[in-house]
Ligand binder design. Structure first.
Ligand SMILES: CC(=O)N[C@H]1[C@@H](OP(=O)(O)OP(=O)(O)OC[C@H]2O[C@@H](n3ccc(=O)[nH]c3=O)[C@H](O)[C@@H]2O)O[C@H](CO)[C@H](O)[C@@H]1O
Ligand SMILES: [Mn+2]
Length: 300
């Protein structure tokens, strides 16, 4: 073979090799974590998305953030709203729906343009578990009454948390859940699903994809309406049967998301607890983290 031709082929070989590795580095920037579910839903980690592209795609989207501050939990609102202004959907239209029994105690926090707080006065319950569980009913009712008309997506979160890094439109999808930080690498058998068949939240030992956290889920308003309505109805049936799921609304959420697969799954970057867990090296960002609380003091 003519030596010039051979050199040409060899150069091509190395060029192809280089391009291949560049492509691998560029498109699979996270080889250290699971970036797709077995049903082809993306799992959202730092490095798998480009905010510039997504911000343009979601430019005309309005996002509703639901948060409950019932009884003493109103103390969490100020930091929650302040940090949301810094990190949550910056540059997009946002409505904070604050559900509370103490509207006079909702702090006024300066908001950027295109963002507003809507206070929704609701009843309280004596037990913290009932407060937590009835969020499903209240989100369902208000979705029908007004969220369907007012926003495109709903993001439903706990209030005893703060935003500490970017949480943007990369999370938006028809139906999304978040990997619970305590179980993202646990075996299916160790997930704390409801295991009693008498409960509507029951999940058999040989089923289950992930263990999702009760404190961060969402989707289009229609999907969230269906999810919250189904979970509420399941809790009504449980109550009539004298049984309460082991982790309350979170157990029902897990059952729902097992049989209605989420279209996106958020990594534990989106829900972390620095006091409970040691941060593993592949957790590059902590976007939404628990605020330390004295359980006995705040719940009673
Ligand atoms: C981070 C996370 O995944 N949290 C879940 C976890 O509980 P947590 O231990 O984080 O529960 P929690 O005390 O934060 O209660 C859940 C939420 O209910 C609201 N609240 C509760 C009591 C009260 O008196 N006033 C009030 O407003 C508040 O928005 C609070 O954030 O398990 C719960 C069910 O057991 C829920 O599924 C939570 O979403
Ligand atoms: Mn909480």
């Amino acid at each position: 073979m003519d030596p010039r031709g051979f050199r040409g082929k060899s150069a091509n070989f190395w060029l192809c090799g280089f391009l291949f590795f560049a492509a691998v580095l560029g498109f699979c920037r996270r080889a250290d974590v699971l970036v797709m579910t077995p049903w082809f839903a993306p799992i959202i980690w730092d490095g798998v998305f480009d905010s510039a592209i997504l911000d343009a795609q979601f430019e005309s989207t309005t996002i509703g953030l639901t948060v409950f501050a019932i009884k003493k939990y109103v103390v969490f609102l100020e930091l929650f709203l302040q940090t949301a202004e810094k990190h949550f959907m910056v540059g997009h239209r946002v409505t904070y729906y604050v559900f509370t029994d103490r509207p006079a105690d909702v702090p006024s926090v300066p908001l950027a343009e295109g963002r507003q707080v809507v206070v929704l006065e609701v009843r309280n319950y004596a037990r913290w578990q009932d407060v937590s569980m009835h969020r499903m009913e209240m989100i369902s009712n208000f979705s029908q009454e007004r969220f369907l008309r007012e926003v495109d997506y709903l993001v439903c979160v706990d209030v005893d948390m703060k935003f500490s890094d970017h949480v943007g439109v990369e999370i938006l999808s028809p139906l999304f859940g978040t990997l619970h930080p305590g179980f993202y690498r646990a075996a299916r058998n160790d997930f704390t699903y409801e295991r009693r068949p008498r409960s509507q939240a029951y999940i058999p030992r040989d089923e289950g994809d992930f263990y999702y956290a009760g404190g961060f889920f969402g989707g289009s308003v229609v999907e969230v309406l269906q999810l919250t309505t189904a979970c509420h109805q399941a809790m009504v049936v449980d109550q009539a049967n004298g049984i309460e799921a082991v982790w309350h609304d979170e157990s029902h959420l897990n059952r729902y998301l097992l049989y209605h697969k989420p279209t996106k799954v958020l990594s534990p970057e989106y829900l972390w607890d620095e006091r409970m867990l040691q941060r593993p090296p592949f957790l590059r960002r902590l976007r939404y983290v628990a605020v330390p609380k004295n359980h006995a003091e705040i719940r009673h």
